[in-house]
Design a protein around this ligand. Structure first.
Ligand SMILES: O=C(O)c1cc(=O)[nH]c(=O)n1[C@@H]1O[C@H](COP(=O)(O)O)[C@@H](O)[C@H]1O
Length: 231
């Protein structure tokens, strides 16, 4: 059964045992899970295999950003692992993204291929420090349009840019948004944040949520509250 929930739980843990213990509290019929740099660098493909074994669809979030040939090979390796979604950095440019798309075009279990625009932890000041004088939403739109032209299925952005991007790139261009914070939860290092309901109303397709769930004393309750708020 394909899962209809928009919620993707970020399993950011220092070891596989903790990540899998959290997964055991989650229901693969209600949420997908994300494997990121921390746990993958510790545990490698084994953690993805274990999550697949528990019935989860997995977003492999390694944000590939390298020369086209290298990224093409990395994306092909992700596809061979059978992940549901994989991402690259749009800042790697058109030729890099096209190489990634071509690498998996005929793959038997082709994952969704998504490009990160401007990290949700970045605001205007962070951008200006790396020489980008535009507002975040201007840079996000520029990179989203480039991503679409380069054959990406969608982008990672903040929910704050979602309605703008649905207009600019079309309804079928998938929007994946971290920086989701249920009302009252701590923003932490995130800067461009919205609540789950605001994100849904803005047209977001998939919401990546980590610490508000994983650092909670009652993760399943938080998941259920989020899903109920979206129902
Ligand atoms: O690609 C991502 O998943 C990502 C992109 C981005 O712009 N911002 C962002 O926070 N993420 C990831 O989304 C997750 C957010 O986690 P929390 O801030 O704990 O909800 C982390 O695993 C980040 O690595």
């Amino acid at each position: 059964m394909p899962i209809s929930s928009p919620v993707v739980v970020a399993l950011d843990y220092p070891d596989q045992a903790q990540a899998l213990a959290m997964a055991d509290q989650l229901d693969p019929a209600k949420v997908r899970v994300k494997v990121g740099k921390e746990i993958f660098t510790r545990s490698g493909p084994a953690v993805v295999e274990a999550l697949h074994g528990k019935g989860f669809e997995v977003f492999l979030d390694l944000k590939f950003h390298d020369i086209p040939n290298t990224v093409a090979g990395a994306v092909a390796a992700a596809a061979d692992m059978g992940v549901w979604m994989v991402n690259v950095h749009a800042g790697g440019g058109q030729r890099m993204m096209e190489a990634a798309a071509n690498a998996i075009a005929n793959h038997r279990t082709r994952p969704l291929l998504i490009a990160v625009t401007v990290l949700t932890s970045m605001d205007r000041t962070d951008l200006s420090q790396i020489g980008i004088v535009d507002e975040p939403q201007v840079q996000v739109r520029r990179l989203a349009e480039l991503s679409k032209a380069s054959g990406m299925d969608g982008v990672v952005c903040s929910a704050q840019e979602a309605s703008l991007l649905k207009q600019a790139c079309g309804q079928n261009f998938a929007l994946v948004t971290p920086g989701i914070r249920p009302a009252g939860s701590d923003a932490g290092d995130q800067r461009r944040v919205l609540t789950p309901v605001q994100a849904r109303d803005a047209g977001v397709d998939y919401m990546v949520i980590g610490r508000p769930i994983t650092q909670s004393a009652e993760p399943t309750l938080v998941v259920d509250e989020i899903l109920q708020s979206l129902a």
